[in-house]
Design a protein around this ligand. Structure first.
Ligand code: THU
Length: 133
């Protein structure tokens, strides 16, 4: 699948965002090695801390459906009503991605007309991997 197509799907997923508290809507599209795409949006909560990001929604959906190998994720975000734009994954989502994805996993950021590609290794260098030294 082309990067722009995965980003287009992330933009569609963003339309499902439930963000009444921040007004910031994020969409994600995670490409499994099976070829299946898992979408996610952020889902906020009145108690704030139960809020879950779009990226984690997507990865938890995928893992819960049996897929654990991934090749790329597209992420797009922005204020409700604005066009989707550049939005980087938060630290918690980077760590969750690192549980299932290697340093060369591709992270697509931006929107359907402007996609920037980074690797998970660039976004989360020196990731904690459970080593006790
Ligand atoms: N958000 C995401 O969905 N993904 C990120 O990586 C960054 C932040 C959401 C969480 C919250 O609902 C809103 O954006 C504002 O922080």
């Amino acid at each position: 699948m082309k990067d722009v197509e995965l980003m287009r799907i992330a933009g569609e997923a963003r339309q499902k965002a439930y963000a009444p508290y921040s007004g910031f809507c994020v969409g994600a599209a995670l490409l499994g090695e099976s070829g299946k795409v898992y979408t996610g949006c952020n889902i906020e909560n009145t108690a704030f801390s139960p809020t879950v990001c779009a990226e984690r929604t997507a990865i938890f959906k995928a893992v819960s459906e049996g897929e654990r190998s991934f090749s790329a994720i597209a992420v797009t975000g922005g204020k409700a009503g604005d066009a989707p734009s550049y939005c980087t994954p938060c630290g918690v989502c980077r760590q969750v991605l690192a549980e299932f994805c290697g340093a060369d996993f591709r992270v697509l950021l931006g929107n359907a007309t402007d996609v920037r590609v980074l690797t998970l290794g660039e976004l989360l260098p020196e990731a904690f991997g459970g080593e006790m030294k």
